[in-house]
Design a protein around this ligand. Structure first.
Ligand SMILES: [Zn+2]
Length: 89
């Protein structure tokens, strides 16, 4: 039996202020399966650890979506998997 493997999200590093995307450190688009990390350093201090934490958090959103988790649980961070991440929003 062959298992179905979900595709990975598209990842983009953008300055959210310049793209009208608000002031969060990252976001995940359930509609497009795109994961964004904010590069605007006026909003937060960025380094490899902070970007890694943002990527993990947004990737949990993607994995929950790909696994068919309830939409409300995903957007409201009701999965224990979010607790494994360094960063929350
Ligand atoms: Zn989130």
């Amino acid at each position: 039996m062959e298992m179905e493997t979900p595709t990975g999200p598209t990842v983009a590093f953008l300055n959210f202020s310049e793209n009208g995307m608000g002031g969060s450190a990252g976001t995940y688009s359930l509609g497009t399966q795109r994961l964004y990390v904010n590069t605007n350093e006026e909003i937060r201090v960025r380094d490899c650890k902070s970007d890694e934490g943002v990527l993990k958090h947004e990737y949990v959103h993607h994995l929950l979506w790909a696994s068919g988790a309830a939409f409300e649980n995903n957007i409201n961070h009701r999965s224990a998997f979010f607790g494994w991440c360094v960063w929350r929003h």
